[in-house]
Every structure is written in C-alpha cells, then in structure tokens.
Design a protein around this ligand. Structure first.
Ligand code: ZN
Length: 409
C-alpha cells in the first residue's frame, strides 16, 4: 500500500460510520479507531453484493440526498438491483479516470469515439462518453444495437475508436467483413469492456477490424467502467490507485493471499463520497502483477481476468473457468474463437460438451474435435465431448456472452 492510499483510507475510516448508515450498521461491533495498520485493515469484514442489494433503494448513501446528483444501478438479473448514489465530485473523479484510460490507449482529442455500450441506469455508455468529452475527443453516443446504423455512422463520421463489449466488436467485425466495408472503416483502436475473452477472439477482432485492442476494467459498484485499462505494453491492466485500493483474497476463505498469487479482487474506494465501499468483493479472479511496467506508470497492475468466481463450475472435482476452454481453443488449429460449454448429468455421470466454431471443411472436423479433446484432457485431466459447429452457429450478444451452461441441477 502506498503512503497516500493509507492516509486516504484512514480518513475514510475516521468518518464512515458518521456518514454511512450502511457501514455504521455493518461495522457496529468494530471500533474503527483500532484499525492502525494494513494488517488491521485486512481484518475488516469484506463487503458483498448481497448486502448492497439489501440496502435498496438508497441505503448506501453516505451524503445527504441534496448532495446526490445521479444514481446508477447494476443489473438486476438476480433480483433486487443495487443502486449506487454519486455526488458531483464522484462523477468528476470518474471522468478523470476514464480520460486517463483513453490516454493510456493512445487516444487524443483528434479521435472520434463511437460508444456502443448501453446508456441509462447502466454505467457503461455515459462513463465512456464523459471520459471522451473530458479528453476533448468527439463522442458518438450510439448505445447498443442497430448494426446497420452503427456501420453507417462509423463510415460517415469516420470513427477512429470503437468502445464495445468483445461480443459486439466481433459481431461488427463479422458484418464489416461480410459486407466488404473494411476499406471504408477508419477505426484505429478498440476499448473493450472487461469481460473475459480469449486470445483467438482478440486476434480475430484486431485482425478483422485492423485495430489495437485495449481491455477496460470496472464495475458499477466502483464508479463503473474506466477504473483501469491495459497500457501499450498490453501485459496487465493498470488500476488507478489514487482512487481505488486493490487487494487479492482467497475467494473461499476471504484471507488476503500472498503477493502475486491469484484470487478474487477486492476494492476499497477511499475518495468516493456518494457510496464509498470498504473491501468490496468484485468476484473477478486475477492477481496483482508486481515490478515496474515498461510504460513507466506506477499504478497498480492486475492481470487480465481469469474469470469470475461465480462463473466457475466444478466438474468431476475440477474447478473450470471459461479461461481454461479459451486457452485450449487457442492452441487447437482449425478451431475459431467462439464456444459454448454444456454440463449435464446423465446416467450418474457428469458430462461436459464443448461446442466450438470452425471454418474448416466437414471432413477435417473430426480431427479438430480430437485435438481439442486431447488438449482439454491434458489440461484438466478429464474427458469432454468436443463438437464442431459452423462459424456463426453459436449466439453473439451485445452484452456479455454466456459461455458455460450447467444443466445438472
Ligand atoms: Zn504499463
């Protein structure tokens, strides 16, 4: 932890119970003046999303309602949504972070930035836009969907930067190729929301669109997207550690792991006013990369996401993440990037089927299936069924594409 971070966290802890009814209740049995060093801090109970849901609608607010200028909400697919209140300072801070992301990706005020993530309660679209405007670039606030119009604007306005999910970037790349539009496209860079995606998908998007790709990280509970991005050296993502403090914990025990080990990313927001969070579980699995980055930035680096702890499935005693399948596809000649995993329980056994897309001729497919099956067997030490399907057969989505379907329960 950096000296300034500790000062900011100490200041947060000094007033959090006075300002936030949520933390006054959560930490009611803890005397926060006892938290004197990093070790003490690491003993504070983690904050999880379920607790944030229980605070619906405005129970997370740590400022009077008159100081709240906006709310955002994270997706309510699993029930009650989480509402995050923002002050004017929070909104300004978020834009500063997002502007940095664009700068790290080499964007300037000369760029024309086409924004395809959604607007509204979701944080995505408006975050990309605020950062683009603060940079002084031209924001093109498309929002999601309507591929015809996206391509029309991309051509007519000469968009140079695409902001999107990886699934939608792939869909656009495929449409551009199919319609023979590449010579009219001026894209140079794409900023891709931080869902987990494999190297083959990355190579296809970069190749077909002719762009440099950057992973942008964030989540609604912690400002939104834009709290981190990878630099030109691509290796890992820098997280803006003047605004957020990152820890990695064991997802099962909640204990902080030793330096460099993988686990679940936990974030504290010392400077957030509207809804500061202390030791918030992101459920994103990664590790902190130590050492100096060749780019010269000293902002904390995290490795590209391995997956989400809630994406993990256990089959025959082995923990399986989407990343495992992507790594196997990456080394299988003839297999393309898109895949879907089905896990079923038949005749007392767990059966995992991996559907993957291929452009190879029908007679070559059995060999590709065998190669993928062998790779996965070597990697995970159990047998799967590998099934080749036509390119475009598996679903594309404008948001995050679901990859693993567990039909056992
Ligand atoms: Zn760097």
């Amino acid at each position: 932890m950096k000296e300034q971070q500790w000062q900011d966290i100490t200041a947060l802890l000094a007033e959090i119970k006075l300002k936030s009814p949520f933390y006054a209740s959560k930490y009611s049995s803890i005397d926060l003046t006892d938290i004197r060093d990093l070790k003490d801090f690491q003993s504070l109970p983690l904050t999880d999303k379920d607790e944030l849901r229980d605070a619906y609608p405005l129970g997370l607010a740590a400022m009077p309602p008159t100081d709240i200028v906006r709310i955002h909400s994270s997706s309510g697919t699993t029930g009650t949504p989480v509402i995050i209140p923002y002050t004017a300072q929070d909104i300004a801070d978020w834009a500063v972070m997002f502007k940095r992301c664009y700068e790290f990706a080499g964007c300037t005020r000369a760029d024309r930035i086409q924004i395809t993530p959604g607007y509204g309660l979701w944080t995505a679209g408006i975050g990309f836009q605020a950062g683009a405007e603060l940079l002084g670039a031209m924001a093109i606030p498309m929002g999601p969907g309507n591929t015809d119009k996206q391509l029309q604007m991309m051509i007519d306005l000469g968009s140079t930067v695409l902001c999107s999910t990886s699934s939608y970037a792939l869909l656009l790349a495929e449409e551009i190729a199919e319609r023979g539009l590449l010579e009219h496209i001026k894209l140079r860079r794409a900023l891709i929301g931080s869902e987990r995606w494999g190297s083959k998908m990355r190579a296809r998007i970069a190749g077909e669109l002719g762009v440099k790709l950057f992973d942008i990280y964030g989540l609604t509970e912690i400002y939104g997207p834009g709290i981190g991005i990878n630099c030109q050296y691509q290796a890992a993502m820098h997280c803006w550690d003047d605004f957020i403090y990152c820890e990695i914990v064991n997802p099962n025990s909640g204990e902080v792991v030793t330096d460099g080990q993988s686990g679940e990313l936990v974030i504290t927001t010392p400077r957030k006013q509207g809804a500061p969070l202390i030791r918030y579980r992101t459920h994103d699995l990664t590790r902190i990369v130590s050492g100096d980055c060749p780019c010269g930035s000293t902002h904390t680096r995290i490795e590209a996401l391995l997956g989400r702890s809630d994406d993990m499935v256990k089959v025959k005693g082995v923990n399986i993440f989407p990343a495992h399948i992507e790594e196997a596809l990456a080394v299988t000649d003839g297999a393309s990037s898109e895949y879907q995993v089905m896990i079923d329980h038949l005749n007392g056994r767990d059966i995992m089927t991996v559907f993957f897309e291929t452009g190879a001729a029908k007679e070559l497919r059995p060999d590709i299936e065998t190669a993928l099956r062998r790779t996965i067997k070597n990697k995970l030490n159990f047998s799967v069924i590998a099934k080749a399907v036509e390119i475009g057969d598996l679903p594309r989505s404008e948001k995050k594409t679901r990859r693993i379907f567990d039909n056992r329960y």
